[in-house]
Design a binder for this molecule. Structure first.
Ligand code: HXC
Length: 258
């Protein structure tokens, strides 16, 4: 199905989803939110896809939710529609890894979308911020929650209250992004990371993602128990036998997701 506000390409087991509203710096409107949910659902269900990369343009990953669309909305409408709840739910439901590849403006809902991905690779041009506070609102798709977990309360509170931007270096130092690369190398780096993930056993990749995500929801003791149970369950897979045999035989493993 053709999309209006995003593009989707599948190559070498990686689905590259790009936000594509250049006239509005990829601002997230309801159409884009719906299309992105659909693209994530389809990529997750597609056997040819083993990893997803979410990106925007060189100028902007996304400059936030679409202010032109939101400006006229009233409480009963945003509450009644549960505005943007579907996006959050779809990211949480996607079992394949999602790598965010961001450059330029990564603001408001755009920053929140990047944080909803499994990890963020940033171009050195990236500017992160939660400027919702300047509009008389607050973050609405995880900005007050995920940023605290990513960078701690001090910076998260600073960003949420002042609306200031963080550059890529500060974001890397603070632990918001996993890698910073020159802008020209962004897509090569992100697609390379996605391809590395795509080479692994899909079963252990999905288990690792689930276990890391569980750490946000539970106590350390429960999280370690959850991890150990998943770890033990890996020994029921053919891929565990293959991965270890390949290591001992000094060859490349041929995983079959079994
Ligand atoms: C709608 C936007 C937009 C946005 C930019 N544009 N951001 N349209 N919603 N969030 C549009 C501009 O209106 C303009 O279109 C075009 O994109 C280019 O933007 P400029 O402002 O001319 O570019 P520049 O001067 O380079 O400034 C870039 C910018 C600025 C610093 C990123 O655009 C800006 O401050 N944008 C808003 C950022 C923001 O407040 N984000 C948070 C939104 S609230 P026209 O047609 O006018 O030329 C949010 C809530 C999330 O995200 C939670 C939801 C549940």
């Amino acid at each position: 199905m053709a999309f209006e506000t995003i593009t989707v390409e599948i190559e070498d087991h990686v689905a590259l989803i790009r936000l594509d509203r250049p006239e509005a710096l990829n601002a997230l409107n309801r159409e884009l939110a719906g299309e992105l949910c659909q693209a994530l659902r389809e990529a997750d269900a597609n056997d040819k896809v083993r990893c997803i990369v979410l990106s925007g343009s060189e100028k902007a990953f996304a400059a936030g939710a679409d202010v032109k669309e939101m400006a006229r909305l009233r409480y009963v409408e945003v509450f009644g529609d549960n505005l943007f709840a579907g996006l959050n739910d779809q990211f949480a439901a996607t079992r394949k890894p999602i790598v965010a590849a961001v450059a330029g403006y990564v603001l408001g809902g755009g920053c929140e979308l990047a944080m909803a991905c499994d990890f963020i690779i940033a171009a050195d041009t990236a500017k992160f911020g939660l400027p919702e506070i300047n509009l008389g609102i607050i973050a609405g798709i995880g900005g007050t929650q995920r940023l605290v977990r990513a960078v701690g309360k001090a910076k998260a509170m600073d960003m949420n209250l002042t609306g200031r931007f963080m550059n890529a270096d500060e974001a890397e130092r603070a632990g918001l992004v996993s890698r910073v690369v020159p802008a020209k190398k962004l897509m090569e780096e992100a697609m390379g990371a996605a391809q590395k993930i795509a080479e692994k056993s899909q079963i252990s990749v999905m288990a690792a993602k689930e276990a890391v995500n569980r750490s946000f929801e539970t106590t350390l003791a429960e999280g370690i128990l959850f991890e150990r149970r998943l770890f033990h369950s890996m020994f029921a897979t053919e891929d565990q036998k293959e991965g270890m045999a390949a290591f001992l035989e000094k060859r490349q493993a041929q995983f079959r997701d079994k």
